[in-house]
Design a protein around this ligand. Structure first.
Ligand code: HBZ
Length: 825
């Protein structure tokens, strides 16, 4: 009970431990104590990982103090709680975050230096918790930190995957996936809550029970039952003011071993059931853009949804006694459709388990839930075959049919025609009957949001066009943000020190104050210091590149960076073609004043996404040839850094000069890397897509480099079926680059013919269509780079004008407009 319920009767009576002191002497003493008594090592023989663990435990004690206090406050005030249900939390390392937010950075550094231990070195040994794929999972992590920092009583609910996102190696230029084992040496941040375990059912039958004097009711008797066990991780907000909980569920068998089978000699068979149960939380699906469509995935979704809802209901009943007040006390945010089955499961729990009537249950459900959409890509929208759903979740399927009937009645009454009704139906009757999870999440929620202004408008016009017509007040926009603690203060300490020196430390508490830098953009002295910080960050990244890849890059060259998941719509291919074109042009026009560039790529491809893997291969092929060619040595390098993850991002963001945000317009819902780069003073080259549009508004058109077709133009070109052939044939630079790729300058001929044929064919991602504009804009950037004053001024404006993209702003908007939840500030 400790974490959620806080002070219970026993704890009240027990004497409280003395609060911890935060000076370096006290910390040094405690770290040594942890090392000795928790780890069993002597300072003289301790290894670096022992010091990491001892430090983590000492920091953790301080977090626990704040954590218990936060929970006690929640319980005393009865304030509305926000439950953020997400299949992914890409939290990365936690030690630096905790130390920074508790204001312990210097004390810890000093404490450890007494033992000749460097915090910067031991921190690197913490595994990077990669319980997510990309932007969606990282957004959930930023939101958890911002809820704690803005005073929202937030509870993250997700899955404790034993194996997070795979580790990527590049072998002979190609991606190889290796298992990731973040829990191998234990996880000091988590607390197992044995008392928080819920049964989760699958399969079986639904029967109607009729008891005298009571209305008939449905009872689900699952064929298979397993346990969901809670593991809690504290999430520390800025200044430790609030510590929230991330509760991750782990699957366990009800019976660890089947004794009958074991005793009759079937030793393996006796363990099968336990293995099957545990398999649910073994591994994260590594696909971010197309549906895995496998039974295990649906099991994962239901498993964590049901456990979270049972926990929420249990807590509510214990505190408030009565489920009719649930919407006043809890808001549940569905992070994409992955937890959308929650809508049906909530109805089941209210009706079947807690004996509520349908109408009241439906009203409560809609008031409690809200849903965030993160993609318009049709191949990423979740649908499940009706027969799979029915077999695994028979009662929930019945409820979905009943919800559907009700929605169709409402649609008919409001005069929607048959075609529109088919479009809003929760069941897709088209290609084999399928349950549409987006529609389910929509109808079960009072608010549905997109993640940037453009994306939200497109949602209204495309995927949810008809539902929007039926329920026009439900869709709203909540533009994404990123936490400035991790993405400025922690990843860029030199910049943080410089900003503090220039405008004082107020921006740490209120990021909008960073606007104060704007006036200094034209101050040569400040600008020089700003660019000197950038140079130091680039030197550090250059060292990493040298160590990992044995490629030496000049920190004075422009670092032109594209790091994100590899996907055709994100158009890494466009960037690579530009690199090839540049390579050709530098060699054919040595008289031109080319500006030295290092093109840096990083990102993972879904293991089953063949074209994305080809793009990685091409990047590595191109890099190998260009980096070995003495004729462009000082002017162009290409680097593919393997195994992009949160920790690598923390090193890359502060070291970038140019940020590539070049998705085909209309397809990147928001982007969040775009924000991290700009906050750290990189200029953006980008399309009018996702949050780039709003970045343009905030940063100003002189300080961001926008090119290419708009979302409308893309839609029109696609509708016309104009391919790329004509464009390619009229563009000697593009044609030349494609020819050198096809003809085997970088590999045997034909290796990339599939990718190239696609450009000549329908050019679905508008790479040919946008190439010329992209090329010209890159050359404009060369001109600006030649003028360090101009570049530095724009860089400072970027950092100064990005405060609005703090996830604190996003969270305050959610709290006010969607959750009706309190914020502290
Ligand atoms: O969510 C991303 C969007 O592509 C990006 O534009 C946006 O900034 C970010 C946060 O809103 N979407 C994802 O990252 N999506 C996934 O990772 C994903 C994971 C599993 C799936 C589908 C999508 O089954």
């Amino acid at each position: 009970e400790a974490s959620f319920e806080g002070v219970d009767d026993v704890a009240m009576a027990a004497p409280k431990p003395a609060p911890r002191r935060n000076d370096s002497a006290a910390l040094a003493k405690e770290i040594a104590e942890k090392l000795t008594y928790a780890i069993g090592k002597d300072p003289a023989t301790a290894r670096r990982h022992d010091w990491l663990e001892a430090t983590t435990l000492a920091v953790r004690d301080r977090i626990v103090d704040h954590w218990l206090a936060s929970n006690a406050r929640n319980n005393a005030s009865g304030a509305k709680r926000v439950c953020y249900l997400s299949m992914e939390f890409l939290i990365g390392r936690l030690l630096r975050d905790a130390i920074n937010n508790l204001g312990l950075s210097e004390a810890i550094r000093d404490a450890l230096s007494a033992y000749d231990v460097e915090i910067d070195l031991i921190e690197l040994l913490e595994p990077d918790a990669a319980l997510g794929n990309g932007g969606l999972g990282r957004l959930a992590a930023c939101f958890m930190e911002s809820m704690a920092s803005t005073g929202v009583p937030g509870f993250g609910y997700g899955i404790r995957y034993v194996h997070g996102f795979f580790r990527q190696e590049v072998v002979d230029g190609q991606q190889v996936e290796l298992p990731e084992t973040w829990l191998e040496h234990g996880n000091p941040w988590e607390f197992e809550r044995r008392e928080r375990a819920f049964e989760i059912g699958f399969g079986g039958k639904v029967t109607m029970i009729e008891e005298a004097g009571k209305p008939p009711r449905q009872v689900w008797r699952p064929a298979e039952r397993i346990l969901a066990v809670a593991y809690d991780t504290p999430i520390v907000g800025w200044r430790g003011a609030r510590v929230n909980t991330l509760r991750l569920w782990s699957a366990r068998a009800l019976d660890p071993i089947l004794l009958d089978a074991f005793n009759s000699g079937d030793h393996i068979g006796a363990l099968l059931e336990a293995n099957r149960a545990q398999s649910i939380t073994q591994v994260l699906y590594p696909a971010d853009s197309h549906l895995a469509g496998q039974e295990l995935r649906l099991r994962q979704e239901f498993f964590f949804s049901s456990a979270s809802l049972q926990d929420i209901i249990r807590h509510h009943l214990k505190r408030h006694g009565d489920l009719t007040t649930l919407p006043d006390k809890v808001a549940i945010q569905l992070n994409d459709t992955h937890p959308a089955v929650s809508v049906a499961e909530m109805m089941r729990l209210l009706i079947d388990v807690h004996a509520m009537g349908w109408d009241q249950a439906w009203d409560i459900t809609k008031k409690v839930f809200s849903y965030t959409n993160h993609t318009l890509l049709p191949e990423a929208l979740e649908t499940w075959p009706v027969n799979l759903f029915e077999r695994l979740l028979p009662r929930q399927m019945q409820i979905i049919y009943a919800i559907n009937a009700q929605i169709i009645r409402e649609a008919t009454q409001s005069g929607l025609d048959g075609g529109k009704i088919a479009a809003i139906s929760l069941i897709d009757e088209g290609s084999g009957r399928r349950v549409r999870m987006g529609q389910l999440a929509f109808v079960g929620s009072h608010a549905i949001n997109g993640v940037s202004a453009l994306h939200t408008e497109l949602m209204k016009k495309t995927v949810f066009h008809n539902l929007h017509e039926l329920y026009p007040e439900r869709i709203q926009n909540k533009t994404n943000g990123v936490t400035p603690r991790r993405w400025i203060m922690e990843c860029n300490p030199d910049l943080t020190a410089l900003v503090t020196e220039a405008i004082g430390p107020g921006f740490k508490d209120d990021i909008t104050k960073i606007k104060g830098l704007d006036a200094l953009a034209t101050d040569a002295g400040f600008r020089d210091k700003f660019m000197a910080v950038k140079l130091r960050n680039k030197q550090r990244l250059a060292k990493t590149i040298e160590e990992r890849l044995a490629i030496s890059v000049d920190p004075h060259a422009m670092f032109d960076v594209q790091v994100k998941r590899i996907h055709e719509y994100k158009r890494q291919f466009l960037n690579i073609i530009e690199a090839v074109a540049l390579y050709d042009q530098i060699r054919s026009h040595p008289e031109i004043a080319w500006q030295p560039r290092v093109k840096i790529f990083a990102g993972k491809a879904a293991p089953s996404y063949a074209n994305a893997k080809q793009i990685i291969h091409l990047a590595n092929d191109v890099a190998r040839v260009i980096n070995a060619d003495p004729s462009v040595q000082n002017l162009l390098k290409v680097v593919f850094l393997p195994n992009y993850n949160v920790s690598l991002a923390e090193q890359i963001m502060p070291a970038a000069d140019l940020s590539e945000q070049i998705s085909t317009a209309g397809l990147e819902a928001s982007g969040t890397g775009n924000m991290k780069f700009a906050m750290n003073g990189a200029l953006t080259i980008g399309t009018l897509d996702g949050a780039n549009v709003e970045m343009l508004e905030h940063i100003g058109e002189d300080n961001i480099f926008i090119f290419g077709l708009t979302a409308e133009q893309v839609a029109a070109r696609r509708a016309n079926g104009q391919g790329g052939r004509e464009i390619i044939e009229n563009s000697p630079i593009l044609k030349g680059a494609l020819d050198s790729i096809s003809h085997g300058v970088f590999s045997e001929p034909g290796r990339y013919s599939n990718l190239i044929d696609n450009l000549y064919g329908n050019d679905w991602w508008m790479i040919a269509a946008d190439f010329e504009a992209y090329w010209q804009t890159q050359r404009r950037l060369d001109t600006v780079w030649q003028d360090p004053t101009a570049w530095g001024t724009k860089a400072v404006h970027n950092t100064a004008r990005m405060a609005w993209f703090s996830s604190d702003r996003s969270i305050r908007e959610y709290a006010k407009d969607i959750w009706s939840a309190p914020t502290g500030a």
